[in-house]
Design a protein around this ligand. Structure first.
Ligand code: SAM
Length: 235
């Protein structure tokens, strides 16, 4: 079995590689989180390959579901399969089953958010979604603050304010942050300022968000100048 992970646009339909389109066309089937969503992409590019649903609830049954096929493309809702989505579990299982797994490079939300943030990029940590609550959440926040690197987090609109509030408690109100919203989409916006400023700015958050936090300790020299510049609101 050949399984190819195919990154798909995080908003703008043109953000897909030529090779990704080729694989989607050549594969026997496109397994995906949501057949409606991936179907739209395939139709947009005139790709007739059939789709099949494989989401977080069904990924454990991938072996049976994909048994009739020899060449499968896998796409998640957006971005790179395996980054904060069921792709990671599929790869773990596929390797256990002895499948050949390939990953195409392509769109993902964390990299554009990081590079547009203006914060140090040479050392960063990707946290994805924080645990929703409890001791584990607090422990992860504190560990992040100790990291001494830029941190990138994903968050849903309805939890954004809570996460900003918790970060503010650990990092302090004046800590520099960039909040990237709706990247590559019509309402793309990047807030650059402080945690306290971000809370004031996003009163009723809508859309998709990536948070990028400056390192709490030991900012490198080239980062320090940037951090000073970012301390002013809305830069
Ligand atoms: N696999 C995806 C990737 O490679 O980025 C991530 C999937 S995860 C389930 C979805 C999260 O990614 C969203 O909650 C948001 O934090 C982030 N995200 C995806 N698209 C985005 C966009 N256009 N703008 C900002 N954040 C986005």
């Amino acid at each position: 079995m050949r399984l190819v992970l195919v990154p798909t646009p995080i908003g703008h339909l043109k953000d897909i590689t030529l090779r990704a389109l080729e694989v989607l066309k050549e594969a026997e089937v496109v397994a995906c989180e949501d057949t409606r969503r991936t179907g739209l992409l395939l139709r947009h590019y005139g790709i007739p390959t059939p789709t099949l649903r494989l989401d977080q609830h069904t990924v454990g049954r991938a072996k049976e579901v994909l048994a009739p096929y020899r060449y499968v493309a896998y796409a998640t809702d957006a971005g790179t399969p395996g980054i904060s989505d069921p792709g990671a579990e599929l790869v773990r299982l596929a390797l256990e089953w002895g499948w050949r797994v390939e990953a195409l490079p392509g769109p993902t939300a964390l990299i554009p958010a990081l590079v547009v943030s203006g914060l140090p990029t040479h050392r960063f940590t990707f946290e994805g979604f924080l645990p929703k609550g409890g001791k584990e959440r607090r422990a992860r926040l504190e560990a992040l603050a100790r990291e001494g690197r830029t941190a990138v987090l994903y968050e849903s609109p309805h939890r954004l304010r809570k996460t900003l509030e918790d970060l503010l408690e650990v990092y302090g109100p004046h800590h520099p942050v960039a909040v990237a919203r709706e990247l590559t989409k019509l309402h793309e916006e990047v807030y650059r300022g402080t945690l306290e400023g971000a809370l004031a700015h996003f009163q009723e958050p809508r859309g998709e968000f990536v948070l990028v936090l400056a390192p709490k300790e030991e900012a490198p020299p080239e980062g320090r100048a940037l951090l000073e510049a970012l301390k002013g609101e809305g830069l």
